[in-house]
Design a protein around this ligand. Structure first.
Ligand code: MTE
Length: 300
């Protein structure tokens, strides 16, 4: 890949896997003496201490499994991720249903250590494993009329207890402008920390757009549609005043109910460290040009 993004993050910046996962089953596994093999050397006993974890943070947002922050970890194991296929359609040369294994056979998976900033003003640093979305879209053949990419999460009422409630208009949908989707920073993640991505994080493949608020990074994708018009997005439909289509991380544009100027750093203890939020989550050099001339207050 010719493109090299400025990776100023090192292994030292990575949110500890144990802290990042903080899944009840992981903790249960650790307590049972299994499941520790892949945990980094910085996984101290203190960091695995569930009380401080539970008190300080809320990590998983995957509303299909409930709105409680630990609901995804509790219930996402119910999601059947094998077999999996992704419907790619709309303005593409080769529309169809693509089996997950067939996609993986053609894609180049690499590690990307990215900042991850939730709209709720917390942040992490995550080592994703994934491939560039551009490669997948090129495989399907993007037609000249395509201007946007729409994404859809699986909707499985039998496996997803959260969809029984109309918290959002299910299925969860998201969208990007085509140039955002084709940007080399935009990946489809299939793993974290070198392992298959856990269900609660969006198995078997989810979007990661590191300069946008986390809710753009739609999980467990079953459909990708190339469109001419801007597609609807779940949070924008739910509350257009609070959640725009772009949702670029921007410390200068506050959420109507809270400041976006700083963020709570996950994994830094009970009284979590705060740090200043960076424009485009620190990726301004790479993606700023995509928004040249746009009023980011209006296009939030
Ligand atoms: N995708 C789906 N399908 N459903 C969701 O509720 N939550 C979003 C995003 N993708 C969400 C989703 C939000 S608000 C965030 S912050 C991230 O997933 C959380 O990703 P993580 O649990 O891997 O940290």
């Amino acid at each position: 890949m010719a493109y090299r993004w400025k990776n100023d993050l090192t292994d030292r910046d990575v949110t500890d896997e144990a802290v990042y996962l903080n899944r009840r089953q992981l903790l249960a596994g650790a307590a049972a003496g299994v499941g520790l093999a892949g945990i980094g050397s910085r996984a101290t006993a203190a960091e695995l201490e569930p009380t401080s974890w539970e008190d300080v943070t809320s990590y998983n947002n995957y509303y299909e499994f409930g709105t409680g922050k630990d609901d995804p970890a509790k219930y996402a194991h119910r999601l059947t991720v094998e077999p999996w296929s992704v419907q790619i359609d709309g303005l593409v040369d080769s529309p169809g249903s693509y089996a997950f294994e067939d996609i993986m056979a053609k894609m180049t998976v690499e590690e990307r250590i990215y900042r991850f900033r939730c709209v709720e003003a917390w942040s992490m640093v995550v080592p994703w494993n994934g491939f560039e979305l551009a490669d997948l879209l090129e495989m399907a053949g993007v037609q000249s009329g395509a201007k946007y990419v729409a994404f859809e999460t699986a909707l499985r009422p039998d496996e997803m207890p959260g969809v029984a409630r109309p918290v959002l208009d299910w299925p969860y949908v998201e969208g990007l402008r085509l140039d955002e989707a084709m940007h080399p920073l935009t990946i489809m993640a299939t793993g974290i920390y070198g392992r298959d991505i856990p269900n609660q994080n969006g198995a078997p493949l989810r979007l990661v757009v590191p300069w946008k608020y986390g809710f753009k990074s739609i999980k467990s994708i079953v459909r990708i549609t190339l469109t001419e018009d801007e597609p609807p997005t779940s949070w924008n439909k739910a509350n257009p005043r609070e959640y725009g289509f772009y949702s670029n991380v921007n410390p200068e544009v506050d959420h109507p109910r809270w400041s976006q100027a700083s963020e709570r750093v996950i994994g830094t203890g009970l009284f979590a460290r705060r740090q200043d939020t960076l424009m485009f989550n620190g990726y301004a050099d790479e993606v700023g040009a995509l928004y040249a001339g746009m009023d980011l207050t209006k296009n939030f």
